[in-house]
Design a binder for this molecule. Structure first.
Ligand code: FES
Length: 112
């Protein structure tokens, strides 16, 4: 898996989009494609759209627990669905707060 984050001030969130077909458990089979618009709407409702970069990963290796999502440098969430979306958004929001606090600390140190 290649992970790049051109802007280090953004929180990078990766969703697996592997499709193992009708006979295999996978993130696509679990509904990740339907989940993403809800994630984007949830981020917008929380004012986080500009702070989060959403990307795709090929497979995390937890196919039977999908849809799977990873906050780069932080939480790895399994079974993200419409029912657990608010928890996932809470974790993304917390990552944004942590990233912002880290960025402010770095700025304060650089001004000293
Ligand atoms: S299909 Fe998503 S982790 Fe493997």
């Amino acid at each position: 898996m290649t992970v790049s984050n051109a802007d280090p001030t953004l929180v990078r969130v990766l969703f697996c989009r592997k499709d193992r077909g009708p006979m295999g458990m996978s993130c696509v089979g679990g509904g990740v494609e339907r989940l993403l618009p809800l994630v984007r709407m949830g981020l917008a409702a929380r004012g986080l759209t500009e702070q989060v970069n959403i990307g795709w990963a090929a497979c995390f290796g937890y196919c039977q627990h999908g849809p799977n999502m990873r906050i780069v440098g932080g939480d790895f969430l399994h079974g993200v669905t419409h029912e657990t979306l608010e928890d996932a958004l809470d974790r993304i929001e917390q990552a944004c707060r942590t990233r912002e606090a880290d960025h402010q600390s770095e700025e304060a140190v650089s001004k000293d």
